[in-house]
Design a binder for this molecule. Structure first.
Ligand SMILES: [Ca+2]
Length: 333
């Protein structure tokens, strides 16, 4: 064999090896971005505690007291990888999210998650009972698997048109480690399927359906909105969710159920949100009382739209009087 032919043979083998590596690379299962990049060796057990912080001190505007009073729906949690999405800010709500956000029904969400479990995009589903007031807890145990390390959950704000709080695809795994403890502050979201403005608005479907949006102290920018607090830069958290990793053996010995809390959870202190008085526009001036030419007065009035709370600005005068003008005088009085 000549040196030249030997050289060609090496080159040929090198090219073949590169081609083979490229083709194997394409055939290999992708990619860490499907949420399966958790390299923890085994599952992890957590206690998930949802805490409502929806108090009349923190959210005084239109706080629902009766029929129905402020409360939280059951919590629905799904463990999954990135091939599943329960809900997402900026994306349109699916049928399951719509019926949960509007009516608190879980049937469709569960059906969708079960379908995704067949494709191995979902690991498990968990539920807690609802909470009959704005400021209490519910909890459930979670078992996280490395191939489905993401957590998504939703709880409906009751009463509300289509508002909920939730978590979207939060990973409890970091590289090869399960996180020990995580606390997330929750803000309200609007599912984009009902156009009601206040907690107790009647059903008013949004057509066409809009994307899921975050509700802030400024948006929707309308004084009638239940979360519109122009004085606040941002809303205080209306709820929190905490995931605490459990020793699996101790978790087995102490089964958790709803409303039973680990000792490490302490009661929350509520900030007070000032609520300024709001009044309606002045009525038109009334007719002149008394003599039109000398000392006659006319009146106008306005009424309170929103009573102040928590040291907010007090209401201004609701009655005003002024001297008569010719316009307020009846002719030949
Ligand atoms: Ca809405």
């Amino acid at each position: 064999m000549s040196p030249e032919r030997l050289g060609c043979g090496w080159l040929w083998r090198l090219i073949m090896a590169v081609l083979l590596r490229v083709s194997l690379g394409h055939a290999a299962p992708p990619s860490p971005t499907d949420g399966t990049d958790c390299s923890a060796r085994g599952p992890a057990s957590y206690i998930l505690v949802f805490t409502g912080l929806w108090s009349p001190q923190t959210f005084p505007k239109q706080y629902p007291m009766f029929r129905p009073p402020a409360q939280w729906s059951k919590l629905i949690a799904v463990t999954h990888n990135s091939r599943f999405q329960l809900w997402r800010e900026g994306a349109a709500a699916g049928g399951g999210v719509q019926s949960f956000a509007e009516l608190g029904l879980t049937v469709e969400v569960v059906k969708e998650a079960k379908e995704a479990r067949k494709r191995r995009a979902v690991g498990a589903m968990y539920r807690t009972a609802g909470i009959p007031n704005g400021i209490s807890h519910s909890s459930t145990e979670l078992l996280m698997q490395p191939r489905t390390p993401l957590l998504s959950l939703m709880v409906k704000v009751i009463p509300s048109p289509d508002w909920f709080v939730g978590v979207d695809s939060f990973s409890l795994c970091e590289g090869g480690q399960w996180k020990q403890e995580v606390t997330l502050d929750l803000q309200p979201f609007d599912a984009g399927t009902d156009s009601g403005f206040t907690f107790s608005s009647p059903n008013y479907p949004t057509v066409p359906v809009e994307n899921v949006t975050r509700i802030t102290s400024q948006m929707p920018h309308h004084p009638a909105n239940s979360f519109f607090y122009p004085r606040l830069k941002e809303l205080p958290p209306i709820a929190t969710v905490k995931a605490i990793r459990q020793d699996r053996s101790s978790a087995r010995q102490v089964p958790m159920s709803n409303h039973i809390l680990p000792n490490s959870i302490s009661p929350q202190r509520f900030s007070e949100t000032p609520l300024d008085c709001e009044v309606a526009l002045w009525s038109s001036w009334g007719l002149c009382l008394g003599s039109c030419s000398r000392g006659g007065v006319r009146h106008r009035s306005r009424y309170i739209l929103l009573r102040p709370a928590n040291a907010g600005t007090p209401c201004p005068e609701l009655e005003e009087q002024a001297e008569c003008t010719h316009h307020n005088c009846l002719r030949r009085q």
